[in-house]
Write a protein that binds this ligand. Structure first.
Ligand SMILES: Cc1cc2nc3c(=O)[nH]c(=O)nc-3n(C[C@H](O)[C@H](O)[C@H](O)COP(=O)(O)OP(=O)(O)OC[C@H]3O[C@@H](n4cnc5c(N)ncnc54)[C@H](O)[C@@H]3O)c2cc1C
Ligand code: SF4
Length: 514
Protein backbone atom coordinates (compact mmCIF):
# COMPACT_ATOMS: atom_id res chain seq x y z
CA UNK A 1 0.00 0.00 0.00
CA UNK A 2 2.70 2.49 0.94
CA UNK A 3 4.70 3.98 -1.91
CA UNK A 4 7.76 4.54 0.21
CA UNK A 5 9.61 2.55 2.76
CA UNK A 6 9.26 4.88 5.77
CA UNK A 7 12.59 3.69 7.10
CA UNK A 8 14.43 5.04 4.08
CA UNK A 9 12.85 8.41 3.47
CA UNK A 10 14.70 11.11 5.48
CA UNK A 11 11.42 13.02 5.85
CA UNK A 12 10.08 10.10 7.92
CA UNK A 13 13.06 9.60 10.21
CA UNK A 14 12.60 9.21 13.97
CA UNK A 15 13.45 12.81 14.84
CA UNK A 16 14.41 13.76 18.43
CA UNK A 17 11.63 15.17 20.60
CA UNK A 18 13.21 18.32 22.05
CA UNK A 19 15.93 20.93 21.56
CA UNK A 20 15.30 23.47 24.35
CA UNK A 21 18.45 25.55 23.90
CA UNK A 22 17.98 26.59 20.27
CA UNK A 23 15.83 29.27 18.71
CA UNK A 24 12.60 27.53 17.61
CA UNK A 25 11.53 28.24 14.07
CA UNK A 26 7.74 27.96 14.05
CA UNK A 27 5.94 27.67 10.74
CA UNK A 28 2.62 29.49 10.34
CA UNK A 29 0.77 26.30 11.31
CA UNK A 30 2.84 25.80 14.48
CA UNK A 31 1.70 28.80 16.47
CA UNK A 32 0.68 27.38 19.85
CA UNK A 33 2.81 27.07 23.00
CA UNK A 34 3.04 23.29 22.54
CA UNK A 35 5.52 23.86 19.69
CA UNK A 36 8.04 25.26 22.20
CA UNK A 37 10.11 23.26 24.70
CA UNK A 38 9.79 25.91 27.35
CA UNK A 39 7.56 28.97 27.50
CA UNK A 40 10.54 31.35 27.26
CA UNK A 41 12.28 29.72 24.32
CA UNK A 42 13.35 32.16 21.62
CA UNK A 43 11.31 31.92 18.44
CA UNK A 44 11.72 32.64 14.73
CA UNK A 45 8.58 33.45 12.72
CA UNK A 46 8.66 34.02 8.96
CA UNK A 47 6.00 35.66 6.83
CA UNK A 48 6.71 34.74 3.21
CA UNK A 49 4.80 36.63 0.56
CA UNK A 50 5.80 34.15 -2.17
CA UNK A 51 3.26 31.68 -0.74
CA UNK A 52 0.42 33.99 -1.83
CA UNK A 53 2.00 34.92 -5.14
CA UNK A 54 2.23 31.33 -6.30
CA UNK A 55 -1.44 30.36 -5.90
CA UNK A 56 -4.84 31.99 -5.84
CA UNK A 57 -6.20 31.56 -2.32
CA UNK A 58 -9.51 32.51 -0.78
CA UNK A 59 -9.11 36.02 0.53
CA UNK A 60 -10.23 34.97 4.01
CA UNK A 61 -7.66 32.19 4.10
CA UNK A 62 -4.84 34.61 3.35
CA UNK A 63 -6.23 36.95 6.02
CA UNK A 64 -6.44 34.19 8.60
CA UNK A 65 -2.87 32.97 8.03
CA UNK A 66 -1.32 36.44 8.15
CA UNK A 67 -3.42 37.51 11.08
CA UNK A 68 -2.50 34.41 13.10
CA UNK A 69 1.21 34.80 12.38
CA UNK A 70 1.23 38.50 13.21
CA UNK A 71 -0.81 37.97 16.38
CA UNK A 72 1.71 35.37 17.53
CA UNK A 73 4.59 37.72 16.77
CA UNK A 74 2.88 40.48 18.77
CA UNK A 75 2.13 38.10 21.64
CA UNK A 76 5.76 36.94 21.86
CA UNK A 77 7.23 40.44 21.58
CA UNK A 78 11.02 40.40 22.07
CA UNK A 79 10.98 36.63 22.48
CA UNK A 80 10.40 36.29 18.73
CA UNK A 81 12.34 37.39 15.71
CA UNK A 82 9.68 38.08 13.08
CA UNK A 83 10.94 38.28 9.49
CA UNK A 84 8.68 39.47 6.67
CA UNK A 85 10.40 38.42 3.44
CA UNK A 86 9.63 37.21 -0.04
CA UNK A 87 10.78 33.61 0.52
CA UNK A 88 11.66 31.36 3.46
CA UNK A 89 15.17 30.98 2.06
CA UNK A 90 15.72 34.72 2.21
CA UNK A 91 14.61 34.80 5.84
CA UNK A 92 16.83 31.91 6.87
CA UNK A 93 19.84 33.46 5.15
CA UNK A 94 19.42 36.40 7.51
CA UNK A 95 19.62 34.19 10.63
CA UNK A 96 23.08 33.21 11.87
CA UNK A 97 22.30 31.08 14.89
CA UNK A 98 21.32 27.41 15.18
CA UNK A 99 17.62 26.71 14.79
CA UNK A 100 15.34 23.84 15.65
CA UNK A 101 11.97 23.19 14.03
CA UNK A 102 9.20 20.67 14.68
CA UNK A 103 8.88 18.52 11.54
CA UNK A 104 6.69 20.53 9.17
CA UNK A 105 3.37 19.29 7.86
CA UNK A 106 4.09 18.82 4.14
CA UNK A 107 6.54 16.79 2.07
CA UNK A 108 8.13 19.86 0.38
CA UNK A 109 8.49 21.75 3.67
CA UNK A 110 10.16 18.75 5.35
CA UNK A 111 12.56 18.40 2.43
CA UNK A 112 13.31 22.11 2.69
CA UNK A 113 14.16 22.09 6.41
CA UNK A 114 16.17 18.87 6.10
CA UNK A 115 18.29 20.44 3.37
CA UNK A 116 19.18 23.53 5.46
CA UNK A 117 22.44 23.54 7.40
CA UNK A 118 22.07 24.67 10.97
CA UNK A 119 18.46 23.55 11.33
CA UNK A 120 17.72 20.66 13.69
CA UNK A 121 14.49 18.86 12.79
CA UNK A 122 12.42 17.53 15.70
CA UNK A 123 9.49 15.13 15.90
CA UNK A 124 6.22 16.62 14.67
CA UNK A 125 3.64 17.94 17.14
CA UNK A 126 0.03 18.99 16.95
CA UNK A 127 -1.65 15.59 16.79
CA UNK A 128 -2.86 13.26 19.51
CA UNK A 129 -0.90 10.20 18.37
CA UNK A 130 2.76 10.61 17.42
CA UNK A 131 4.23 9.32 14.17
CA UNK A 132 6.24 6.53 15.78
CA UNK A 133 3.20 5.16 17.60
CA UNK A 134 1.22 5.18 14.34
CA UNK A 135 4.03 3.36 12.53
CA UNK A 136 4.13 0.68 15.19
CA UNK A 137 0.36 0.26 14.89
CA UNK A 138 0.46 0.19 11.11
CA UNK A 139 3.36 -2.25 10.78
CA UNK A 140 2.03 -5.66 9.90
CA UNK A 141 -1.12 -4.10 8.45
CA UNK A 142 -1.82 -2.56 5.13
CA UNK A 143 0.60 -4.57 2.99
CA UNK A 144 -0.48 -7.24 0.54
CA UNK A 145 -2.55 -9.75 2.41
CA UNK A 146 -2.28 -7.62 5.54
CA UNK A 147 -5.12 -6.02 7.42
CA UNK A 148 -6.42 -2.77 5.99
CA UNK A 149 -5.57 0.40 7.87
CA UNK A 150 -9.11 1.09 8.97
CA UNK A 151 -9.96 4.33 10.75
CA UNK A 152 -12.15 2.48 13.24
CA UNK A 153 -9.28 0.16 14.26
CA UNK A 154 -6.88 3.08 14.55
CA UNK A 155 -9.38 5.03 16.64
CA UNK A 156 -9.95 2.12 19.04
CA UNK A 157 -6.21 1.67 19.50
CA UNK A 158 -5.79 5.43 20.08
CA UNK A 159 -8.62 5.52 22.64
CA UNK A 160 -6.98 2.66 24.54
CA UNK A 161 -3.43 4.05 24.24
CA UNK A 162 -4.44 7.54 25.44
CA UNK A 163 -7.08 6.29 27.88
CA UNK A 164 -9.82 8.51 26.46
CA UNK A 165 -13.48 7.67 27.22
CA UNK A 166 -12.41 4.36 28.75
CA UNK A 167 -13.57 2.62 31.94
CA UNK A 168 -11.13 -0.02 33.21
CA UNK A 169 -10.09 -1.14 29.73
CA UNK A 170 -13.60 -0.98 28.25
CA UNK A 171 -15.05 1.87 26.19
CA UNK A 172 -17.35 4.23 28.08
CA UNK A 173 -20.96 3.25 27.41
CA UNK A 174 -19.91 -0.24 26.27
CA UNK A 175 -18.99 0.57 22.67
CA UNK A 176 -16.51 2.67 20.75
CA UNK A 177 -18.94 4.19 18.29
CA UNK A 178 -22.37 5.71 18.87
CA UNK A 179 -23.12 6.66 15.29
CA UNK A 180 -26.24 4.57 15.43
CA UNK A 181 -27.76 7.44 17.46
CA UNK A 182 -26.38 10.12 15.12
CA UNK A 183 -26.65 11.14 11.48
CA UNK A 184 -30.24 12.33 11.63
CA UNK A 185 -31.74 14.59 8.96
CA UNK A 186 -31.94 18.31 9.82
CA UNK A 187 -34.70 19.67 12.08
CA UNK A 188 -37.89 19.89 9.98
CA UNK A 189 -38.53 23.57 10.74
CA UNK A 190 -35.18 24.55 9.20
CA UNK A 191 -33.84 25.94 12.48
CA UNK A 192 -30.33 25.21 13.70
CA UNK A 193 -30.09 22.56 16.43
CA UNK A 194 -27.58 24.76 18.28
CA UNK A 195 -27.17 28.47 19.09
CA UNK A 196 -24.90 30.61 16.90
CA UNK A 197 -21.19 30.05 17.54
CA UNK A 198 -18.99 32.61 19.26
CA UNK A 199 -17.22 34.74 16.64
CA UNK A 200 -14.04 36.66 17.50
CA UNK A 201 -13.84 40.43 17.13
CA UNK A 202 -11.29 41.89 14.73
CA UNK A 203 -8.56 44.19 16.04
CA UNK A 204 -5.88 46.55 14.71
CA UNK A 205 -3.73 43.64 13.49
CA UNK A 206 -6.64 42.52 11.29
CA UNK A 207 -6.98 46.06 10.05
CA UNK A 208 -3.31 46.07 9.05
CA UNK A 209 -3.63 42.66 7.37
CA UNK A 210 -6.67 43.86 5.41
CA UNK A 211 -4.83 47.00 4.30
CA UNK A 212 -1.78 44.97 3.21
CA UNK A 213 -3.89 42.49 1.25
CA UNK A 214 -5.76 45.33 -0.44
CA UNK A 215 -2.47 46.95 -1.38
CA UNK A 216 -0.84 43.76 -2.67
CA UNK A 217 -3.94 43.02 -4.70
CA UNK A 218 -4.06 46.56 -6.12
CA UNK A 219 -0.35 46.31 -7.04
CA UNK A 220 -1.15 43.14 -8.99
CA UNK A 221 1.18 41.22 -6.69
CA UNK A 222 -1.42 38.68 -5.57
CA UNK A 223 -4.89 37.64 -6.64
CA UNK A 224 -7.60 36.16 -4.46
CA UNK A 225 -10.96 34.45 -4.82
CA UNK A 226 -13.94 34.70 -2.46
CA UNK A 227 -15.39 37.55 -0.43
CA UNK A 228 -13.41 39.52 2.05
CA UNK A 229 -15.40 39.44 5.22
CA UNK A 230 -15.22 39.79 8.94
CA UNK A 231 -12.75 37.28 10.31
CA UNK A 232 -14.78 34.29 11.52
CA UNK A 233 -12.07 32.01 12.92
CA UNK A 234 -9.71 32.33 15.89
CA UNK A 235 -6.13 33.48 15.36
CA UNK A 236 -4.80 33.21 18.92
CA UNK A 237 -4.82 30.52 21.56
CA UNK A 238 -7.00 32.73 23.73
CA UNK A 239 -9.61 33.07 20.97
CA UNK A 240 -9.43 29.35 20.25
CA UNK A 241 -10.11 28.48 23.88
CA UNK A 242 -13.02 30.90 23.87
CA UNK A 243 -14.50 29.12 20.85
CA UNK A 244 -13.85 25.72 22.39
CA UNK A 245 -15.50 26.67 25.70
CA UNK A 246 -18.50 28.08 23.85
CA UNK A 247 -18.77 24.89 21.78
CA UNK A 248 -18.56 22.62 24.81
CA UNK A 249 -21.08 24.66 26.81
CA UNK A 250 -23.69 25.39 24.16
CA UNK A 251 -23.27 23.36 21.00
CA UNK A 252 -21.57 19.99 21.55
CA UNK A 253 -24.73 18.40 22.97
CA UNK A 254 -26.38 18.72 19.54
CA UNK A 255 -23.27 17.75 17.55
CA UNK A 256 -23.91 14.03 17.06
CA UNK A 257 -27.52 13.84 15.89
CA UNK A 258 -27.15 16.56 13.24
CA UNK A 259 -23.54 16.00 12.23
CA UNK A 260 -24.46 15.07 8.65
CA UNK A 261 -27.39 17.43 8.12
CA UNK A 262 -27.31 20.47 5.82
CA UNK A 263 -29.55 23.53 6.04
CA UNK A 264 -29.59 26.25 3.40
CA UNK A 265 -29.78 29.08 5.95
CA UNK A 266 -27.72 27.54 8.77
CA UNK A 267 -24.15 26.79 7.69
CA UNK A 268 -22.68 26.17 11.15
CA UNK A 269 -25.30 23.82 12.66
CA UNK A 270 -23.66 22.22 15.71
CA UNK A 271 -20.15 21.90 14.29
CA UNK A 272 -17.20 23.02 16.38
CA UNK A 273 -15.50 25.35 13.83
CA UNK A 274 -12.20 24.30 15.34
CA UNK A 275 -10.44 22.86 12.28
CA UNK A 276 -8.88 26.19 11.26
CA UNK A 277 -7.37 27.04 14.68
CA UNK A 278 -6.33 23.42 15.29
CA UNK A 279 -4.60 23.34 11.91
CA UNK A 280 -2.85 26.63 12.69
CA UNK A 281 -1.48 24.82 15.72
CA UNK A 282 -3.13 27.23 18.16
CA UNK A 283 -4.35 24.50 20.46
CA UNK A 284 -3.15 20.96 21.07
CA UNK A 285 -5.89 18.57 19.89
CA UNK A 286 -5.14 16.37 22.90
CA UNK A 287 -6.32 19.28 25.05
CA UNK A 288 -9.48 19.60 22.94
CA UNK A 289 -10.20 15.92 23.48
CA UNK A 290 -9.51 16.11 27.23
CA UNK A 291 -11.84 19.08 27.63
CA UNK A 292 -14.59 17.33 25.65
CA UNK A 293 -14.25 14.25 27.85
CA UNK A 294 -14.37 16.43 30.96
CA UNK A 295 -17.56 18.05 29.67
CA UNK A 296 -19.07 14.59 29.37
CA UNK A 297 -18.01 13.56 32.87
CA UNK A 298 -18.72 16.83 34.68
CA UNK A 299 -21.68 18.21 32.76
CA UNK A 300 -23.33 14.99 31.68
CA UNK A 301 -23.33 15.85 27.97
CA UNK A 302 -24.78 13.09 25.77
CA UNK A 303 -22.24 10.39 25.01
CA UNK A 304 -23.29 10.03 21.35
CA UNK A 305 -22.31 13.65 20.74
CA UNK A 306 -19.14 13.63 22.84
CA UNK A 307 -17.90 10.33 21.39
CA UNK A 308 -18.78 11.51 17.87
CA UNK A 309 -16.74 14.67 18.33
CA UNK A 310 -13.80 12.88 19.98
CA UNK A 311 -13.79 10.44 17.04
CA UNK A 312 -13.52 13.33 14.58
CA UNK A 313 -10.57 14.88 16.40
CA UNK A 314 -8.44 11.96 17.61
CA UNK A 315 -9.83 9.50 15.07
CA UNK A 316 -10.33 11.11 11.69
CA UNK A 317 -7.96 14.06 12.03
CA UNK A 318 -5.04 11.97 13.27
CA UNK A 319 -5.76 9.12 10.87
CA UNK A 320 -5.74 11.47 7.86
CA UNK A 321 -2.49 13.06 9.08
CA UNK A 322 -0.71 9.72 9.46
CA UNK A 323 -1.98 8.40 6.14
CA UNK A 324 -0.59 11.49 4.39
CA UNK A 325 2.90 10.28 5.34
CA UNK A 326 2.26 6.56 5.27
CA UNK A 327 0.86 6.57 1.74
CA UNK A 328 3.89 8.33 0.37
CA UNK A 329 4.88 11.16 -1.89
CA UNK A 330 3.14 9.88 -5.01
CA UNK A 331 -0.23 9.19 -3.44
CA UNK A 332 -1.51 12.60 -4.59
CA UNK A 333 -1.16 11.56 -8.24
CA UNK A 334 -3.64 8.68 -7.99
CA UNK A 335 -6.37 8.75 -10.63
CA UNK A 336 -7.83 5.26 -10.46
CA UNK A 337 -11.10 6.25 -12.10
CA UNK A 338 -9.43 8.06 -15.00
CA UNK A 339 -10.98 11.47 -14.27
CA UNK A 340 -9.62 14.23 -16.50
CA UNK A 341 -12.19 17.06 -16.58
CA UNK A 342 -11.07 20.54 -15.52
CA UNK A 343 -12.42 22.32 -12.46
CA UNK A 344 -15.24 24.31 -14.08
CA UNK A 345 -14.96 28.10 -14.09
CA UNK A 346 -18.02 28.64 -11.87
CA UNK A 347 -16.43 26.44 -9.22
CA UNK A 348 -12.99 28.01 -9.54
CA UNK A 349 -14.48 31.49 -9.34
CA UNK A 350 -17.11 30.59 -6.70
CA UNK A 351 -19.65 32.10 -9.06
CA UNK A 352 -23.26 31.05 -8.44
CA UNK A 353 -24.84 33.31 -11.07
CA UNK A 354 -25.83 30.52 -13.46
CA UNK A 355 -26.31 27.71 -10.98
CA UNK A 356 -29.86 26.37 -10.92
CA UNK A 357 -29.04 23.41 -8.68
CA UNK A 358 -30.05 24.76 -5.27
CA UNK A 359 -27.60 22.57 -3.34
CA UNK A 360 -24.60 23.57 -5.47
CA UNK A 361 -25.61 27.19 -5.50
CA UNK A 362 -26.06 27.26 -1.71
CA UNK A 363 -22.83 25.45 -0.95
CA UNK A 364 -20.67 27.40 -3.42
CA UNK A 365 -22.20 30.67 -2.17
CA UNK A 366 -21.42 29.70 1.44
CA UNK A 367 -17.87 28.86 0.46
CA UNK A 368 -17.47 32.20 -1.28
CA UNK A 369 -18.69 34.12 1.75
CA UNK A 370 -16.88 32.16 4.50
CA UNK A 371 -14.21 29.84 3.08
CA UNK A 372 -15.67 27.04 5.20
CA UNK A 373 -18.24 24.24 4.87
CA UNK A 374 -18.83 21.30 7.14
CA UNK A 375 -17.87 17.81 6.02
CA UNK A 376 -21.11 16.81 4.25
CA UNK A 377 -21.24 19.71 1.75
CA UNK A 378 -17.53 19.04 1.11
CA UNK A 379 -18.00 15.29 0.62
CA UNK A 380 -21.55 14.80 -0.60
CA UNK A 381 -22.13 17.96 -2.63
CA UNK A 382 -18.82 19.29 -4.01
CA UNK A 383 -16.87 16.04 -3.80
CA UNK A 384 -19.80 13.97 -5.07
CA UNK A 385 -20.25 16.38 -7.97
CA UNK A 386 -16.55 16.22 -8.92
CA UNK A 387 -16.59 12.42 -8.66
CA UNK A 388 -19.67 12.09 -10.84
CA UNK A 389 -18.42 14.58 -13.43
CA UNK A 390 -14.89 13.15 -13.58
CA UNK A 391 -12.99 16.24 -12.44
CA UNK A 392 -9.29 15.50 -12.16
CA UNK A 393 -8.58 14.63 -8.51
CA UNK A 394 -5.35 16.59 -8.21
CA UNK A 395 -6.97 19.69 -9.71
CA UNK A 396 -9.85 19.29 -7.28
CA UNK A 397 -7.38 18.93 -4.38
CA UNK A 398 -5.58 22.09 -5.43
CA UNK A 399 -8.82 24.03 -5.76
CA UNK A 400 -10.09 22.90 -2.35
CA UNK A 401 -6.70 23.57 -0.76
CA UNK A 402 -6.73 27.18 -1.96
CA UNK A 403 -10.39 27.79 -1.18
CA UNK A 404 -10.96 26.43 2.34
CA UNK A 405 -9.65 28.37 5.32
CA UNK A 406 -8.65 25.18 7.18
CA UNK A 407 -6.95 23.45 4.23
CA UNK A 408 -3.35 22.25 4.20
CA UNK A 409 -1.66 19.74 1.98
CA UNK A 410 -1.60 16.99 4.63
CA UNK A 411 -5.34 17.14 5.19
CA UNK A 412 -6.56 17.84 1.65
CA UNK A 413 -4.63 15.12 -0.18
CA UNK A 414 -6.05 12.07 1.67
CA UNK A 415 -9.50 13.65 2.05
CA UNK A 416 -9.87 14.53 -1.63
CA UNK A 417 -7.74 12.01 -3.51
CA UNK A 418 -8.70 9.13 -1.22
CA UNK A 419 -11.95 9.70 0.60
CA UNK A 420 -13.84 11.92 -1.78
CA UNK A 421 -12.59 11.03 -5.29
CA UNK A 422 -11.70 7.34 -4.84
CA UNK A 423 -8.64 8.14 -6.92
CA UNK A 424 -6.49 5.79 -4.83
CA UNK A 425 -8.45 2.78 -6.04
CA UNK A 426 -9.97 2.07 -2.62
CA UNK A 427 -7.14 2.41 -0.10
CA UNK A 428 -9.00 4.88 2.10
CA UNK A 429 -12.63 4.06 1.35
CA UNK A 430 -13.90 0.71 0.14
CA UNK A 431 -16.36 2.29 -2.26
CA UNK A 432 -16.77 5.71 -3.85
CA UNK A 433 -18.81 8.32 -2.00
CA UNK A 434 -21.22 8.77 -4.92
CA UNK A 435 -24.88 9.44 -4.21
CA UNK A 436 -27.93 10.68 -6.08
CA UNK A 437 -30.29 13.51 -5.20
CA UNK A 438 -32.24 11.32 -2.77
CA UNK A 439 -29.38 11.50 -0.27
CA UNK A 440 -29.19 15.30 -0.52
CA UNK A 441 -32.96 15.51 -0.26
CA UNK A 442 -32.99 13.39 2.91
CA UNK A 443 -30.16 15.23 4.61
CA UNK A 444 -30.96 18.83 3.66
CA UNK A 445 -33.68 21.35 2.84
CA UNK A 446 -32.18 22.27 -0.54
CA UNK A 447 -34.38 20.22 -2.87
CA UNK A 448 -37.66 21.92 -1.93
CA UNK A 449 -36.44 25.17 -3.46
CA UNK A 450 -34.75 23.67 -6.50
CA UNK A 451 -35.88 23.69 -10.11
CA UNK A 452 -34.79 20.04 -10.39
CA UNK A 453 -36.53 17.01 -8.96
CA UNK A 454 -34.32 14.64 -6.96
CA UNK A 455 -36.49 11.71 -8.14
CA UNK A 456 -36.02 12.45 -11.84
CA UNK A 457 -33.11 11.19 -13.90
CA UNK A 458 -34.34 12.10 -17.36
CA UNK A 459 -35.80 15.26 -18.82
CA UNK A 460 -35.75 19.01 -18.22
CA UNK A 461 -36.06 18.70 -14.46
CA UNK A 462 -33.72 15.71 -14.04
CA UNK A 463 -31.63 16.25 -10.92
CA UNK A 464 -27.97 16.53 -11.90
CA UNK A 465 -26.98 14.42 -8.90
CA UNK A 466 -29.53 11.66 -9.54
CA UNK A 467 -28.80 11.50 -13.27
CA UNK A 468 -25.11 12.16 -12.64
CA UNK A 469 -24.98 9.14 -10.34
CA UNK A 470 -26.02 6.82 -13.18
CA UNK A 471 -23.72 8.61 -15.60
CA UNK A 472 -20.89 8.02 -13.13
CA UNK A 473 -21.66 4.32 -12.74
CA UNK A 474 -21.79 3.95 -16.50
CA UNK A 475 -18.35 5.55 -16.81
CA UNK A 476 -16.67 3.44 -14.10
CA UNK A 477 -18.56 0.18 -14.65
CA UNK A 478 -15.54 -1.74 -15.95
CA UNK A 479 -13.07 -0.26 -13.46
CA UNK A 480 -15.24 -1.07 -10.45
CA UNK A 481 -16.61 -4.39 -11.70
CA UNK A 482 -14.48 -6.32 -9.20
CA UNK A 483 -15.55 -4.24 -6.17
CA UNK A 484 -18.02 -6.33 -4.18
CA UNK A 485 -19.58 -3.28 -2.55
CA UNK A 486 -20.41 -1.94 -6.01
CA UNK A 487 -22.11 -5.13 -7.23
CA UNK A 488 -25.60 -3.97 -6.26
CA UNK A 489 -25.39 -0.43 -7.71
CA UNK A 490 -23.88 -1.81 -10.92
CA UNK A 491 -26.64 -4.41 -11.18
CA UNK A 492 -29.12 -1.53 -10.81
CA UNK A 493 -27.38 0.29 -13.65
CA UNK A 494 -27.70 -2.73 -15.90
CA UNK A 495 -31.43 -2.91 -15.20
CA UNK A 496 -31.97 0.75 -16.09
CA UNK A 497 -34.26 0.88 -19.13
CA UNK A 498 -33.35 4.46 -20.05
CA UNK A 499 -29.62 4.04 -19.34
CA UNK A 500 -28.47 5.19 -22.76
CA UNK A 501 -30.62 8.32 -22.73
CA UNK A 502 -29.55 9.29 -19.18
CA UNK A 503 -25.89 8.80 -20.01
CA UNK A 504 -26.19 10.88 -23.16
CA UNK A 505 -28.07 13.62 -21.30
CA UNK A 506 -25.34 13.80 -18.63
CA UNK A 507 -22.54 13.74 -21.17
CA UNK A 508 -24.12 16.76 -22.76
CA UNK A 509 -24.55 18.46 -19.42
CA UNK A 510 -20.87 17.89 -18.53
CA UNK A 511 -19.65 20.39 -15.94
CA UNK A 512 -21.50 23.31 -17.52
CA UNK A 513 -23.47 25.56 -15.21
CA UNK A 514 -27.15 24.90 -14.94
C1 LIG B 1 -13.40 16.53 0.63
C2 LIG B 1 -13.04 16.92 2.04
C3 LIG B 1 -12.07 17.87 2.26
C4 LIG B 1 -11.72 18.21 3.56
N1 LIG B 1 -10.74 19.12 3.76
C5 LIG B 1 -10.34 19.45 5.00
C6 LIG B 1 -9.30 20.39 5.22
O1 LIG B 1 -8.71 20.91 4.30
N2 LIG B 1 -8.98 20.70 6.50
C7 LIG B 1 -9.61 20.13 7.55
O2 LIG B 1 -9.25 20.43 8.70
N3 LIG B 1 -10.59 19.23 7.38
C8 LIG B 1 -10.98 18.89 6.14
N4 LIG B 1 -11.99 18.00 5.96
C9 LIG B 1 -12.61 17.37 7.13
C10 LIG B 1 -13.83 18.12 7.68
O3 LIG B 1 -14.72 18.41 6.63
C11 LIG B 1 -13.44 19.41 8.38
O4 LIG B 1 -12.42 19.15 9.30
C12 LIG B 1 -14.61 19.99 9.16
O5 LIG B 1 -15.70 20.19 8.30
C13 LIG B 1 -14.19 21.29 9.81
O6 LIG B 1 -15.24 21.89 10.50
P1 LIG B 1 -15.35 21.77 12.09
O7 LIG B 1 -14.08 22.20 12.71
O8 LIG B 1 -16.59 22.43 12.51
O9 LIG B 1 -15.45 20.21 12.27
P2 LIG B 1 -16.34 19.30 13.24
O10 LIG B 1 -17.42 18.70 12.44
O11 LIG B 1 -16.70 20.02 14.47
O12 LIG B 1 -15.32 18.12 13.59
C14 LIG B 1 -14.33 18.27 14.61
C15 LIG B 1 -12.94 18.16 14.06
O13 LIG B 1 -12.69 16.88 13.53
C16 LIG B 1 -11.62 16.96 12.60
N5 LIG B 1 -11.97 16.19 11.41
C17 LIG B 1 -13.14 15.58 11.16
N6 LIG B 1 -13.09 14.91 9.99
C18 LIG B 1 -11.86 15.09 9.51
C19 LIG B 1 -11.19 14.64 8.33
N7 LIG B 1 -11.81 13.88 7.42
N8 LIG B 1 -9.94 15.05 8.13
C20 LIG B 1 -9.31 15.83 9.04
N9 LIG B 1 -9.88 16.27 10.16
C21 LIG B 1 -11.14 15.90 10.40
C22 LIG B 1 -11.40 18.43 12.31
O14 LIG B 1 -10.23 18.85 12.93
C23 LIG B 1 -12.61 19.10 12.94
O15 LIG B 1 -12.32 20.39 13.44
C24 LIG B 1 -12.36 17.61 4.66
C25 LIG B 1 -13.35 16.67 4.43
C26 LIG B 1 -13.68 16.32 3.13
C27 LIG B 1 -14.72 15.28 2.93
S1 SF4 C 1 -32.96 18.43 -6.71
FE1 SF4 C 1 -30.90 17.73 -7.14
S2 SF4 C 1 -29.80 19.58 -7.78
FE2 SF4 C 1 -31.66 20.25 -6.78
S3 SF4 C 1 -31.09 20.60 -4.65
FE3 SF4 C 1 -31.86 18.51 -4.77
S4 SF4 C 1 -30.04 17.27 -5.13
FE4 SF4 C 1 -29.46 19.37 -5.58
Amino acid sequence: MADDDPGEDPALADFPARAPDTRRWCFADQLGPHFLDDPHQEVLLVESRAVFRRRRFHRQKAHLLLSALRHRAAELGDQARFLQTTTYGEALDAVDEPLSVCAPTTWPARDFVLARDGVQVLASRGFVTDEQTFRRWASGRGGDGGKRLLMDDFYRAARQHHDVLMEGGEPTGGKYNFDHDNREPPPKDGSSPAPEPWIPAEDEIDEQVRADLDRWEADGDVCFVGDDGPRLFPVTRRETLHRLRDFLAHRLAAFGPHEDAMLAGEPWLAHSLLSAPMNLGLVDPAEVVQRAEKAYRDEGLPLNSVEGFVRQVMGWRDYIWHLYWHLGRDYRHGNALGAHAEVPAWMAELDTTDLDAACLSGVVGDLRSRGWLHHIPRLMVLGNYALQRGIEPLAMTDWMHRTFVDAYDWVMVPNVVGMSQHADGGVLATKPYAAGGAYIDRMSDYCGGCRYDPKKRLGEDACPFTAGYWGFLDRVEDTLAGNRRMAQPLAGLRRLKDREAVVEQEQQRGTDPY
